[in-house]
Design a protein around this ligand. Structure first.
Ligand code: COI
Length: 356
């Protein structure tokens, strides 16, 4: 693979002064990584250039047939001043699984990591300093074939953009209210649910907008066939503590294989908790919520980290979880995971990748 060419901006932007107001995904750094793919030629012209618009042919495959995949990952400034990423190889591997599903080209894993490292190092001053903040990295790939025939792509573009972020939800680490969706579905087995593709999120927007209108932060999805089993929340995987055990939906093909999900399971098991990855029906959930055995509920995701769920609504019945407060395990997971990411806790699993 060619060397990464770097074209520095001549007009660096001012960095955000008040890190308490970063929000999520609203501010972008000075540079982005970009390279193109053409069948027969492979990936070529890898470069870091000033952040800006990307020219696109109006017939490009992505604009018509949704050939797009993405990842969400973060770079952290640790207490000792290093910049590190959390399990970046896992994201790259998942991106290749998503690419395989959408007939987009594979990335060379070592080169993709080099691209991330080079960009993050160049943008290191953009990694925010305050607790609870990070530099969110959004690698994405799309089909750029300028033809209207429906076919697997022969041309693609891979880009990485970076955004300094605070909490994903306005609630921060305070519990969110979630509504269980019984009409729309996000994904079905055999479809693209396990792939991180833009189309899955497009399909989720209508229910998400309805939920917001009713005062809920996000939607909890049920399976697309029977509308019976819990799958995931809008932008996170979901876990429950029921009668002392942790239950989380199994990765049946329609659920995103979250890296924060996987890390939380590994942490929980290392603390001696039994974690069941299985089909978990909405009836079992609401029964546990009604009889008091549902002790905690939380979401996991790169953007959301570990986010407590304080209230659940299903078919107009409201269930308060953990008295509407953050539960003990949820807090412990949040503290440990962010502790490892920010370098406050020892990285005993070897999850962190030092950039500089
Ligand atoms: C993430 O957690 O990074 C995600 O990609 C979820 C979302 C913001 C779409």
């Amino acid at each position: 693979m060619e060397e990464i060419r770097i074209v520095r901006t001549t007009a660096p932007k001012e960095k955000p002064k008040d890190e308490s107001k970063l929000g999520f995904g609203q501010i972008f750094t000075d540079h982005m990584f970009i390279m193109e793919y053409a069948e027969g030629k492979g990936w070529h012209d890898p470069r870091i250039v000033p952040f800006g618009d990307i020219p696109m042919n109006p017939a490009a495959s992505v604009l018509h047939y949704g050939t797009e995949i993405f990842e969400g990952m973060k770079a952290y400034r640790t207490v000792s001043g290093d910049i590190r990423m959390f399990r970046p190889q896992e994201n790259i591997r998942r991106m290749n699984n998503s690419a395989e599903r959408l007939c987009l080209p594979q990335l060379d894993e070592a080169f993709a990591l080099k691209a991330l490292d080079t960009l993050v190092e160049l943008e290191k001053d953009w990694v925010p300093h305050s607790e609870g903040t990070s530099l969110y990295l959004r690698p994405f790939m799309y089909g750029s074939d300028p033809h209207l025939g429906v076919h697997a792509v022969h041309n693609a573009v891979f880009v990485i953009i970076c955004s300094p972020v605070g909490a994903y939800y306005a609630e921060g680490i305070n519990p969110v209210k979630i509504i269980i969706e019984s009409d729309d579905v996000r994904a079905v087995r055999g479809g693209t649910g396990y792939a991180k593709c833009g189309g899955n999120y497009a399909a989720s927007l209508r229910a998400g907008a309805r939920a917001e209108k009713k005062g809920y932060t996000q939607v909890l999805w049920l399976d697309g066939v029977e509308r019976k089993y819990i799958e995931e929340v809008g932008s996170m995987n979901v876990m429950f503590k029921v009668a002392g055990k942790i239950v989380t939906p199994a990765l049946t093909g329609s659920v995103l294989p979250g890296i924060t999900r996987k890390s939380c399971i590994e942490l929980l098991r290392s603390w001696g908790y039994e974690v069941e990855e299985r089909l978990f029906s909405v009836d079992e959930l609401t029964r546990a919520a009604a009889d008091g055995t549902l002790e905690e509920a939380w979401g996991t995701g790169t953007a959301a980290v570990v986010s407590p769920i304080g209230q659940l609504c299903y078919k107009d019945t409201e269930y308060v979880v953990s008295g509407g407060q953050i539960g003990e395990i949820t807090q412990k997971l949040y503290d440990n995971l962010t502790g490892i990411q920010w370098g406050k806790e020892p990285d005993t699993f070897g999850w962190c990748h030092k950039v500089c």
